[in-house]
Ligand binder design. Structure first.
Ligand code: CTP
Length: 447
């Protein structure tokens, strides 16, 4: 019996897939089809797949050509599968010509003719509405947004707003953005959604104005500096069926999402402590060191570590205290201790003090260690007393990592989803609430 194996995503199953599966089946007697898992696709940068793995498996099954369907979940799995299933022929479309020659060591490799004129990418593009997004601000983070938006379907950055029109124009020229403006109302009138990447103190006003104009909003961190403002904006978005999302990039990245699901599934037992640290040194003069612009380590760096603590331990902490080292009225270092009924957590943040930027989640059975920079999560290790049980997890954190939040934002608009489990509104409000307590100097000690 000749056993054939082939692989693919098989999103929006089309005639090209059917032809390929038929030709693959004709090469032998038994056809195994490997369908990529959702997380494997995300990990290799395929962020726009429409059908989930169950739908794609079902579509392949319905072609009637597959004798067996397996899930492809990791790099290198093809070699394992070929040996495990005693495969004689590996078949794949001619668009991969030469790319799988390394499998010749294990079985015969056949490149089958690809059907011209159809692909999942094409079908996705045909049925995809493209949303015009305007960027508020033209600074460092805004500059990262445009290239990252290019890898996500359904978004076109069409305009940039900056109070300084020269900066807006330079940004538009540099990134080939068609329009620029220093007039917010005019800017808003041309877009479907905005990404706010302006200084902290402007976030609330821009978000509110955009929502009132019926635009979806993706807002950089810190989202707002008060829980009341955050809640008001979410309530407004909810009442008017608009997407409002905090751009807490780590919350949407695959490795971090995996950490939270592993923790919730009890892999390290009950979580008793979370420690997360983030520091980036800055040199004066800069906005981060300016008290009048809400500078300081807490306003600058707290949102991501607080997000991770709240994702893991929840929003119902019972006590919080802050310890800061100040310079010119700005905290260059802050430690926040957050006490839950059955757990503790701490964040250490610096803009004038350097800390090791790692995260440790400690539980009754083991702990998860995420090395610095933990917020660009690409690797973590689950560790136990018995080190032979330790497990390392590797992920890619593609580009600047903004693509994950952009993908989530567009997917919420496209699929009419107003809430996102990766960062719930109440979690986002709780983060703003903690930053607010700090700025009000509640339980605050200067060191
Ligand atoms: N395939 C084909 N003819 C097409 C499209 C795909 O023969 N017109 C083959 C591929 O070469 C591969 C298999 O179908 O062997 C599964 O491909 P997949 O990547 O899932 O499909 P694409 O349509 O190429 O998807 P995408 O556009 O997302 O890359």
């Amino acid at each position: 019996m000749t056993r054939v194996i082939t692989y693919g995503t098989y999103d929006l199953l089309h005639q090209g897939h059917v032809n390929l599966l038929r030709r693959a089946k004709e090469l032998g007697d038994y056809l195994i089809v490997g369908v990529t898992s959702d997380s494997f696709d995300r990990g290799r940068g395929k962020l726009n797949v429409r059908n989930n793995v169950l739908e794609r498996v079902e579509a392949v099954r319905r072609t009637g050509y597959a004798d067996e369907i397996i899930i492809e979940d990791y790099l290198g799995q093809k070699i394992d599968d070929i040996q495990k299933y005693d495969v004689d022929i590996f078949a794949i479309g001619s668009d991969w010509e030469g790319k799988f020659d390394y499998l010749n060591e294990f079985c015969k490799v056949v490149y089958l003719p690809r059907t011209q004129g159809v692909s999942s990418t094409m079908l996705r593009a045909e049925t995809q509405e493209v949303y015009k997004v305007g960027i508020v601000g033209s600074g460092r983070i805004a500059n990262r947004f445009v290239p990252e938006s290019k890898v996500v379907n359904g978004i076109d950055v069409t305009s940039v707003y900056d109070t300084n029109v020269t900066n807006a124009k330079e940004f538009a020229t540099k990134h080939y953005v068609e329009a620029y403006s220093a007039d917010f109302a005019e800017f808003l009138s041309t877009v479907d959604a905005i990404y706010i990447a302006s200084p902290h103190l402007t976030h609330y006003t821009y978000a509110k104005a955009a929502l009132e104009a019926g635009k979806h909003v993706l807002c950089e961190i810190p989202f707002t500096l008060s829980a009341t403002e955050a809640k008001e904006l979410y309530d407004y978005a909810d009442a008017h069926n608009l997407v409002l999302l905090e751009a807490s990039k780590t919350a949407y990245c695959p490795a971090f999402c995996h950490i939270t699901t592993l923790v919730k599934s009890g892999i390290i037992g009950d979580v008793i402590d979370v420690k997360a640290s983030l520091s980036k040194m800055v040199q004066a003069p800069t906005r981060e060191l300016d008290a009048s612009q809400a500078g300081g380590a807490m306003n600058e760096h707290a949102p991501l570590p607080l997000m991770s603590i709240i994702k893991i331990l929840g929003t119902e902490y019972k006590d919080i205290s802050f310890y800061s080292k100040l310079e010119n009225g700005v905290d260059v270092y802050t430690r926040a201790n957050i006490i839950y009924p059955h757990a503790t957590a701490s964040v250490t943040l610096g803009i004038g003090v350097k800390t090791e930027g790692n995260m440790v989640i400690s539980g009754t059975k083991g702990y998860i260690y995420v090395p610095a920079p933990w917020w660009l999560t690409s690797f973590f290790e689950v560790r136990y007393e018995d080190q032979t049980k330790n497990k390392k997890y590797f992920y890619s954190y593609d580009g600047d990592g903004l693509r994950y939040e952009i993908q989530e934002f567009i997917s919420m608009i496209v699929n009419n989803r107003r809430s996102c489990y990766k960062l719930r509104r109440r979690e986002s409000i709780a983060i703003a609430g903690i930053i607010e307590k700090f700025n009000k100097k509640e339980n605050y000690t200067e060191i």
